[in-house]
Design a protein around this ligand. Structure first.
Ligand code: COA
Length: 213
């Protein structure tokens, strides 16, 4: 596959909103992408793009904490978000997460229906785990609908286990949420499994360009 994973930009918001509508038709409004991209420091979004021109340069795009100080990090984030996206990039999936207090909490993941079951959800999750590791997060957590067996299977494949439930968490139908969490990300077990899964994904789906570091 020829996909690029990179941080979301403001120009991507209309496509991200389309994906939200397709993947979560009963959850409206969608996440406040614009505000999050510009001002919400713990929030991160990555997009997977189908790249028509495969010769993109690898650039440093991860919205990392600036080494100098908090202020510079905010300025960098602002300018990255405002950059135009290549016109040829069709976004096929996205993932959102918060990095806070040693935890990476996945807030959303969605892949356009026509592109599901092709390893894109997995690619987005791999990229998020990579960032969580780079940013020294200790664990990853998330909530998922009790009925969403596809998403649960994806998370379980990557070592998330069910830790509890939030009763009536989803406001559209009062469905319960299952709370899932990983083992400590730095544990030998998690790291070994993650390395193997990444390798298997690259062998099965082909290499992808991840512009996240
Ligand atoms: C969940 C979702 C993001 C998965 O994305 P995807 O690109 O289709 O998933 P992948 O092709 O990368 O699959 C990776 C793994 O996830 C699991 N999986 C994905 N879809 C599945 C399905 N329909 N049934 C069972 N397992 C599934 C499998 O373990 C799969 O590994 P395998 O290929 O070795 O079997 C996608 O189904 C989606 O966008 N759903 C609607 C939005 C949603 O429910 N988001 C989750 C919110 S918590």
């Amino acid at each position: 596959m020829h996909y690029v994973v990179r941080p979301m930009r403001l120009a991507d918001v209309p496509q991200a909103t389309e994906i939200d509508k397709e993947c979560f038709p009963t959850q409206w409004p969608p996440p406040p992408y614009k505000n999050d991209l510009l001002f919400n420091r713990p929030a991160r979004y990555l997009v997977a793009c189908k790249e028509e021109n495969h010769a993109l340069p690898v650039e440093e795009t991860e919205q990392r904490e600036a080494p100098l100080n908090h202020f510079l990090g905010g300025v960098r984030r602002f300018f990255y978000a405002a950059e135009a996206s290549p016109a040829s990039q069709r976004i096929v999936g996205l993932i959102g997460f918060w990095l806070m207090a040693g935890e990476a909490h996945i807030t959303t993941i969605g892949v356009r229906q026509a592109f599901q079951r092709q390893g894109i959800g997995e690619l987005l999750l791999i990229s998020t785990i990579d960032i969580a590791l780079m940013r020294n997060a200790q664990v990853m957590t998330l909530e998922v609908r009790q009925s969403n067996s596809a998403a649960q299977a994806l998370y379980e494949k990557y070592g998330f286990i069910k830790m509890g439930a939030r009763r009536g968490y989803y406001t559209d139908n009062r469905e319960d949420a299952v709370i899932m969490t990983t083992d400590t990300l730095t544990s030998a077990l998690f790291q070994d499994q993650f390395r193997q899964l990444k390798r298997a994904h690259a062998e099965r789906r082909g290499p992808a360009l991840c512009q996240i570091d």
